[in-house]
Design a protein around this ligand. Structure first.
Ligand SMILES: Nc1ncnc2c1ncn2[C@@H]1O[C@H](COP(=O)(O)OP(=O)(O)O)[C@@H](O)[C@H]1O
Ligand SMILES: [Mg+2]
Length: 240
């Protein structure tokens, strides 16, 4: 298994001392090559779960392992190294740099692992090609549709050749047909490249794109992964 979470709790303490148990005793394995879809109502702990898996938050108690690395007790330097090496994030609000082209936005991320500008550009072009945006690489974000901007964000998330893509409501700002397009794109990355994906969404239909699904309610898993693991392959649609 790639990630193993055991009895993970995350408690936030608000300014006036009120406590919120955002994750309440989560035990979960995530396998290499899995496309895990996490659904649940707003406030159910989806983002907190993603941040914990991505090494941005440490659990209040419990353990989380990435292979042999214990993310729950790793120091800040080790966690940031883990994130840089293994994690690609895709967020709801694409966070593209407005004055950079699509190609340059992806190059910035490539620069973290590749010092040579020529190679950064080559990699950026290859990644934009992979998400079907080669012909738009010289466009600025404002010249791209919301769906195309999210594709650029996916290409950027792939810049460090991550082990896993963590996507937090990646279709939250897209209308249904564009949302479908992005979900299909993620499905193709999982299916053809074997990329592990954990995607959080409150869209009730998005779970059909994954290989497994859990539902959170008040920080706890309300549906076990085994109950919904798919028994047959889902059809993969072509990305235009
Ligand atoms: N930084 C924070 N400080 C205090 N409470 C937080 C913080 N982040 C999230 N929470 C609370 O934790 C719970 C889970 O939040 P979150 O993980 O963002 O849920 P979701 O992504 O499913 O909407 C909510 O009650 C939320 O208000
Ligand atoms: Mg959230």
């Amino acid at each position: 298994m790639l990630f193993r979470l055991q009895n993970v709790r995350k408690e936030y303490i608000h300014q006036r001392g009120a406590r919120v148990m955002a994750l309440d005793n989560i035990t979960l394995d995530i396998e290499q090559g899995e496309f895990l879809v996490v659904t649940g109502p707003s406030g159910s702990g989806k983002s907190t779960l993603l941040f914990t898996i991505g090494g941005l938050l440490r659990p209040s108690s419990g353990t989380i392992h990435f292979g042999t690395l214990g993310l729950h007790d790793a120091d800040d330097a080790r966690l940031s190294d883990f994130r840089r090496t293994h994690i690609g994030y895709v967020m709801q609000n694409f966070f593209l740099v407005p004055y950079l082209t699509a190609e340059e936005n992806v190059m910035v991320a490539c620069a973290l692992s590749e010092p040579e500008v020529k190679l950064q550009r080559e990699k950026s072009v290859a990644l934009l090609d992979r998400v079907g945006l080669l012909d738009r690489r010289h466009h600025h974000p404002r010249e791209l549709s919301a769906g195309q901007q999210q594709r650029v964000a996916i290409a950027r998330a792939l810049a460090n050749d991550p082990s896993v893509i963590l996507a937090d409501e990646p279709t939250g700002n897209l209308d249904p047909s564009l949302a479908n397009d992005i979900l299909t794109q993620l499905r193709v990355l999982n299916d053809t490249d074997g990329l592990t994906i954990v995607m959080v969404t409150h869209s009730p239909t998005a779970n059909t794109f994954g290989t497994s699904h859990i539902r959170l309610h008040d920080g706890a898993i309300s549906l076990t992964p085994d109950a919904v693991r798919w028994t047959e392959d889902l059809p993969v649609r072509e990305v235009g």
